[in-house]
Design a protein around this ligand. Structure first.
Ligand code: HEM
Length: 395
């Protein structure tokens, strides 16, 4: 038997495949749900069962390998090595418990009315653009500012410096793409150092631990004699600030575009948002490294080899989802993997859901039917989203 090379069926250097990877996912899944990708030198999983196994298998870890030993990478390295996302038990268990305890102190549920208020303000901005230009860009005017404002408020980020967040975060996430350039790497390293230094100062101001924000709670959080070290604290805050908006911006834009293209009635916001996240998932690829030989589907991932779960492919698997390419706003059950699975399951899922449900419901309540005037995709595969999505009320 000749093994399938995933690169032949899923050419990630082809802009058309990046623009719409779903037909290629389907072809690859049908041929080999776990296949070797020659150019990248990793295994890729495209079925729901295999991706789910990759995310849950304890012999597959998120193992961060520090980049080059040069000094300028130092901060980038510990920002990752000391974060929850890039650690494994027992360190992950300890960090996750500390972060979860700070996170669950009613911060998210208390945010509901505030998210509604922020959304209403942003919808007024959309209306002003519509009046002036005949359309509004739902990314720039709603999908992007809302989660940035919310995560900034949650962490207690100074209002005057909110404009710093998005550029730092955008520079850092370029490191997660497969086709990044040396310039983008240098920008990510510089942004990491600036971001970390800023957060470290901010955390030092919160040492009294009396503030009513998540950063103060993280500073104060104690678990028996355990607590977060300075690097762990800064790495966690930076991760929350980044993870806390990047995927939400793209999840909203992608899902809304899918809804509008389908022409379906949106129905209740809760199932609608799950379908938005399933149909065109904002985070497409997560890697793991085998700590011993492990069988996934019918292949053996050898110790030291990497395997990627392609979440967008898993979420269109016909073995789990009826008519997977169709956008069905009331799909139930909807066991998508857009928030991951297993021990790294997204800690921010309740917040992301609340933001998306509130904003999509308010947008649709204000405008009824909308139509797309102009849509520009980002050229990236891992973080899938729109650069611009201009809308106007349907005529
Ligand atoms: C639509 C929005 C979002 C999506 C699709 C999403 C998706 C994900 C996924 C797939 C993972 C698991 C990664 C892996 O297994 O390797 C993850 C982890 C994580 N997410 Fe989210 N996320 C979203 C919003 C948020 C928000 C709003 C926050 C914070 C407020 C957040 C914070 C985190 C953190 C801290 C982790 C790491 C958890 C751990 O390693 O234990 N995310 N997210």
């Amino acid at each position: 038997m000749i093994a399938t090379d995933a690169a032949e069926l899923l050419d990630l250097s082809d802009p058309d495949v990046v623009a719409d990877p779903y037909p290629a996912f389907e072809a690859l899944r049908a041929e080999a749900p776990v296949a070797w990708y020659s150019g990248l030198g990793i295994w890729v999983a495209t079925s729901h069962a295999a991706c789910s196994q990759v995310l849950r298998e304890r012999a597959l870890g998120r193992i961060f390998r520090p980049r080059e030993p040069e000094r300028e990478w130092e901060t980038f390295n510990w920002l990752h090595a000391d974060s929850i996302l890039d650690s494994e038990p027992p360190k992950h268990t300890r960090l996750r418990r500390l972060v979860q305890s700070a996170f669950s102190r009613g911060h998210v549920s208390r945010l509901g009315p505030r998210i509604e208020q922020l959304t209403a303000g942003l919808l007024d901005d959309c209306a002003a653009h519509l009046a002036a230009d005949g359309s509004f860009d739902v990314i720039a005017n709603l999908a992007e500012p809302l989660p940035v404002l919310v995560i900034a408020e949650l962490l207690g980020w100074p209002e005057a410096d909110r404009h710093l967040l998005r550029p730092w975060s955008q520079a850092i996430v370029k490191m997660y793409e497969l086709n990044r350039t040396p310039e983008q790497e240098a920008e990510a390293v510089a942004a990491s150092a600036e971001f970390a230094a800023y957060v470290e100062n901010l955390a030092a101001e919160r040492v009294s631990g009396t503030g009513d924000d998540l950063l103060s709670d993280l500073v104060a959080v104690r678990d028996g004699s355990d607590r977060l070290s300075t690097h762990e604290l800064v790495a966690t805050a930076v991760l929350l600030l980044n993870a806390g908006h990047e995927a939400s911006v793209n999840g909203f834009g992608n899902g809304l575009a899918s809804l509008l293209a389908s022409g379906a009635e949106p129905g209740a916001p809760e199932p609608l948002v799950e379908e938005m996240l399933r149909h065109d998932s904002p985070l497409q690829l997560f890697e793991r490294t085998a700590t011993r030989d492990v069988t996934i589907g019918d292949v053996t991932v050898a110790e030291g080899q990497k395997i990627a779960a392609l979440l967008g492919a898993a979420n269109r698997d016909p073995a789990v989802f009826d008519a997977p390419d169709e956008f069905r706003p009331d799909r139930d059950p909807n066991p998508h993997l857009a928030f991951g699975a297993g021990i790294h399951f997204c800690i921010g899922a309740p917040l992301a859901r609340l933001e998306m449900q509130t904003s999509v419901a308010a947008l649709l309540a204000r405008y009824g039917r909308l139509e797309v005037v102009d849509a520009v995709r980002r050229p990236t595969f891992v973080l899938r989203g729109y650069e611009r999505l201009a809308l106007r009320p349907a005529r």
